[in-house]
Design a protein around this ligand. Structure first.
Ligand SMILES: Nc1ncnc2c1ncn2[C@@H]1O[C@H](COP(=O)(O)OP(=O)(O)OP(=O)(O)O)[C@@H](O)[C@H]1O
Ligand SMILES: [Mg+2]
Length: 253
């Protein structure tokens, strides 16, 4: 469904990605793991269009998207959450989710400043779809609460709901369990599996929580020092000596 070929990206001499090639298959939950600084987030940033790669190409459903702007990629069905929570602090939970749907709206910017009947109908639709997503994520009863009043774990779920509001085919989650307690993490694992099933999603997930990764992923890509070290099924990765070595000093597997 998505192919990255030879992706290279440097920041002022730091080789964040050096010739990374990987694939995401339709319908799978793919884990991306690796020690701090391995290049996982940079890979997401390149795949979703936030950064242009120095070299390499990205294909989504057969189409070369390497030079597409991020919002155009959202239009094609790519959505993401961020490692550092990106919640609009002055907005309600519902409004935070509706922002994600605005990307799809047919009204242009100037038109959106006028309150036309078409715009009102779209807002109503956005609102009802955002409420449905909140129900799916178990946050319906918090819809009108200020987003900042929710727990950290719940704010992470708001971000997932917002990403889903753009009706993605492929969802990128960058450390969705960071800051969650073990109970919240367990619920998140179930939720991710359920979303894949209910919304026919393909999911790519960066996580340091190995329980979550091993339980929820069909396949795992291991990164180290800007390269793909190996890829395989969870039981293969768990036993791979190179993976243990990359994590040396971090008691993680
Ligand atoms: N915008 C940037 N400017 C400068 N350097 C960057 C930038 N983004 C990433 N880097 C560097 O690129 C390397 C890879 O960083 P990246 O954030 O992709 O790692 P990561 O695998 O996501 O790590 P973590 O598990 O800690 O989130 C690091 O050395 C990082 O400092
Ligand atoms: Mg990261």
């Amino acid at each position: 469904m998505l192919t990255a070929e030879g992706i290279t990206k440097s920041f002022m001499g730091i080789h964040a990605l050096s010739g990374v090639s990987m694939q995401v298959h339709a319908g799978e939950i793919l884990g991306v793991i690796g020690p701090n600084g391995a290049g996982k987030t940079t890979l997401f940033n390149v795949l979703t269009g936030l950064y242009a790669p120095d070299a390499g190409n990205i294909f989504f459903e057969g189409r070369d998207i390497t030079n597409l702007r991020p919002y155009r990629r959202v239009g094609l069905g790519l959505a993401r959450t961020f490692q550092n929570l990106e919640i609009f602090r002055d907005m309600s939970v519902l409004e935070n989710v509706m922002v994600g749907g605005h990307v799809r709206l047919s009204c242009g910017f100037w038109q959106s400043l006028l309150v036309t009947p078409g715009k009102r109908a779209e807002e109503r639709l956005l609102r009802s779809q955002a409420l449905e997503l909140l129900a799916l994520l178990g946050l319906a009863d918090r819809a009108s609460a200020p987003a900042v009043s929710l727990s950290y774990g719940d704010q992470r779920r708001i971000e997932i709901a917002r990403a889903l509001a753009s009706h993605p085919a492929m969802l990128f989650l960058d450390e969705p369990a960071a800051g969650m307690n073990p109970r919240e993490t367990e619920l998140l694992a179930g939720l991710i599996a359920q979303l894949r099933k209910d919304l026919q999603l393909t999911v790519v997930i960066i996580e340091h929580d190995m329980n979550l990764i091993m339980n929820v992923c069909d396949r795992i890509v291991v990164m180290s020092e800007g390269r793909v070290l190996t890829a395989g099924a969870p039981h293969e990765i768990r036993l791979d000596a190179r993976v243990l070595e990359a994590y040396l000093g971090e008691e993680i597997l």
